[in-house]
Design a protein around this ligand. Structure first.
Ligand code: GCO
Length: 469
């Protein structure tokens, strides 16, 4: 997820020049640097694809309630059916194999496993993921399991959700339940998906579930997710020694919208909440100075030690940089502003800037100890059309992916420990508040018939993977 406000202007000539040079280098490097054991994957998440919300004892999540509240999601769309992956997973795994992907990132729906968020375990929910994992392994596709992609059990939201500290231990308990069932076969575990985006949209702006607002709520959701992540990392590490544990963050390089002093000062404030509030406590054990004061009342003794857990990898979701301007009184004290003239956009209105991917990966190399990295989401929304031949010739998405794979290779060539790239997403799916109006998939889904049609971008990725053996 990435957001931006689309406006016109300020030409940041110097910055653009530097990124242009980076691109040229990236294109040359691309062919050579990806190692044979590089993970080439596709990413999805439970609520966005599974459907079957009533099946096999699944409890309600905050997204069920949010979608069924009129006016919250575009066109009144819901995840009730989505891609019906819960029933069609066998065909979907076959599609992954057909694309030559050697990795697949999915998320487990907490309310399928623990319908009330805690307590009684629903074995039929676990059985589903058990079958999926075996199906992936049978096709030599490495399962990458994410424990939380925003579908909090409603029963826990009723007790405060991410506003309550207690949730940290409940999340660790849930992690343990899933690991006891799947840890013998799943070795790659991501704790959270984009805690910052979840906190901003769900608890700060209210345009995502659970629909709460305000800076205080947003910061509480950030801190308690950080804490939960730390507790779950500890729990899983104690559970089995052979798991590779990490988490997934949405990271965006932050740039000033103009060269005014106010906008340049806004960069630090924005970056502190958007990137630093997740990265710094995890890797360094403290919150960025720009928010430390506001978050302090939430931080109990020992929290920062709990959050600063060693991770075996970090997943980076990257779509676009953020150009920001001063915005006193806003959630971040800064907000999305004008972007440079000439910037290209996807159909989400997000700026296209592959150099931003290289930049954020290099920042992790230089300032966060060069951890093992995976691009766990990268992709683009376009208003795909079906041609008379029945296919989707999504040349714009192919171009986006080609440029970003090249940008990833530039980072690799620069010594970043990048070990994989996952496209967002395998399918067109439920795009949160945008419902089904936004298509990100490399496989088209006709939501009336559930027919899957691989797009040109799917063929492009299949070819990319194949050329690298
Ligand atoms: C994310 C989102 C995905 C979105 C994608 C496009 O992790 O940001 O969770 O679920 O669908 O980013 O917005």
């Amino acid at each position: 997820m990435s957001i931006t406000r689309r406006k016109i202007l300020p030409l940041l000539a110097d910055a653009l020049g530097a990124r242009g040079a980076l691109h040229a280098g990236a294109a040359m490097a691309e062919e050579t640097v990806f190692p044979a054991d590089f993970a080439w994957g596709a990413s999805t998440s439970a609520y966005q694809i599974e459907g079957a919300v009533e099946a096999d004892g699944r409890g309600k999540s905050i997204w069920d309630n949010f979608c069924h509240t009129p006016g919250k999601v575009k066109n009144g769309d819901t995840g009730d059916v989505a891609c019906d992956h819960y029933h069609r997973w066998r065909d979907d795994v076959a599609l992954l194999a057909r694309g030559g992907f050697n990795a697949y990132r999915f998320s487990v729906a907490w309310p399928r496993v623990l319908p009330s968020g805690e307590g009684a375990i629903e074995m039929r929910g676990l059985d589903f993921y058990d079958r999926l994992v075996d199906g992936l392994l049978a096709r030599n596709i490495t399962p990458w399991l994410c424990l939380y992609h925003w579908d909090l059990p409603q029963a826990l939201q009723d007790k405060g959700g991410w506003l309550s500290r207690d949730i940290a231990d409940k999340f660790a308990d849930y992690a343990r339940v899933v690991a006891r069932r799947l840890g013998d076969r799943v070795k790659r575990w991501a704790m959270l998906n984009e805690p910052g985006v979840h906190a901003l949209f769900g608890y700060g702006m209210g345009n995502h579930a659970p629909g709460l607002t305000g800076r205080t709520n947003m910061l509480a959701a950030i801190h308690h997710q950080n804490l939960a992540q730390g507790r779950a990392l500890q729990a899983l590490r104690a559970e089995r020694a052979d798991l590779r544990l990490g988490t997934i963050l949405s990271l965006q390089p932050v740039r000033p919208s103009s060269d005014s002093e106010a906008d340049r000062a806004a960069v630090a404030r924005f970056d502190a909440v958007w990137d630093g509030a997740l990265l710094d406590p995890l890797f360094k054990g403290f919150y960025p100075p720009a928010i430390a004061g506001d978050i302090e009342p939430l931080v109990a003794a020992g929290d920062l030690q709990t959050i600063k857990q060693p991770v075996d990898f970090l997943g980076v979701n990257y779509y676009a940089p953020a150009w920001v301007a001063a915005a006193p009184g806003s959630l971040f004290g800064a907000w999305f502003g004008a972007v440079p003239q000439g910037t290209r956009f996807t159909a989400m209105g997000w700026p296209i800037d592959p150099g931003g991917l290289t930049e954020i990966l290099i920042r992790l190399r230089d300032h966060y100890g060069n951890p093992e990295l995976y691009v766990t989401e990268n992709g683009a929304c376009y208003g795909d059309t079906v041609a008379v031949d029945g296919n989707v010739h999504d040349a714009d998405r192919v171009a986006y992916l080609r440029e970003h794979v090249a940008a990833a290779s530039a980072a690799l060539a620069a010594g970043v420990r990048l070990r994989g790239y996952f496209v967002w997403s395998l399918f067109d799916n439920f795009e949160w508040a945008e419902g089904y109006s936004r298509r990100f998939g490399v496989v088209r889904v006709d939501f009336a018939t559930q027919q899957r049609t691989p797009k040109a971008s799917f063929a492009f990725l299949a070819d990319t993977v194949k050329r690298r053996g």
